[in-house]
Write a protein that binds this ligand. Sequence first.
Ligand code: NAI
Length: 328
Amino acid sequence: MVKAVVAGAAGGIGQPLSLLLKASPYIDHLSLYDVVNTPGVATDLSHISSVAKIDGFLPKDDGLKKALTGADIVVIPAGIPRKPGMTRDDLFKINAGIVKGLIEGIAETCPDAYILVISNPVNSTVPIAAEVLKKAGKFNPQKLFGVTTLDVVRAETFVAELSGEKDPAKTVIPVIGGHSGETIVPLFSLAKPSVKIPEDKLDALTKRVQFGGDEVVAAKDGAGSATLSMAYAGFRFAEKLLKAAKGESGIVEPTFVYLPGVPGGDAIAKETGLEYFSVPVELGKKGAEKAHNIIGQANEYEKKLLKACYEGLGGNISKGVEFVANPP
Ligand code: NAI
């Protein structure tokens, strides 16, 4: 029996993500939690003839606790999204508190669950989650993941537009670092199978992966940020993790983790000078079973991108840690 929970389930990401999870054969029970609308979303999804049983909870009557009880995996897309002109960091004030509250609930009710953080800024909300769990004495770094899969999905898509590959997801492109602007570092030189990016297209392609979210924010013109592509990406990561937990081997996906707590992560922490970083991680029953250090394989162009990444990411991480240590 696998129980999954979506926290923020009535939102732009939450609804399509819940739909995809409801249809997954890897989930037996899906609980939806949000501060609004979950009874409606859950009732709607309950008419789908898939395996998972579904229920929805609001904060009243201890709803968070009820949703989280017995959870094996909790996916968190709760919080406000960006409007035009906003950076992910601008979301910090509101989303930091939302994530903190939800993680406190997880620490109390289902500390053994895999926790997938989608809420932005991921570079800070994952350290917040870790600090809250540490405080509660419940931190298992192998089970805490910042979801950066959308950056990978975008890289696959944009590269296929250039290469003409019919099935974009067939090319594996590691995207490492963090999840905002220049902290996102696509390593096209390590694509498998290899791809040839024309030199005059490389800067634009790199920027497009780093700032792809802005394209959506601008096109939605005030109505929010990426929701459908994010739901797809979040689902892809969640399902890969569930497959790995069931015993399928060889599943590797980039994800933002606490390096000192993941096998293989110490060397990466030393090299980057950062405790949190997204690298390709081998997934398994324990969660993040091995962090792959591919930084040394980056070419000179990518090394420059990494330098800018380290500079930005350090501050984002400290901001998250500080938020829990000295609450505002
Ligand atoms: P949305 O505003 O459509 O939905 C957010 C949902 O969270 C709402 O239904 C709201 O009621 C709910 N919520 C607020 N406070 C809550 C609480 N305390 N507990 C439970 N639910 C709560 O926003 P959208 O577009 O779904 O985005 C959600 C988050 O995901 C944003 O922070 C956004 O920046 C982030 N995001 C992350 C991406 C990534 O790649 N990791 C990509 C795109 C967005």
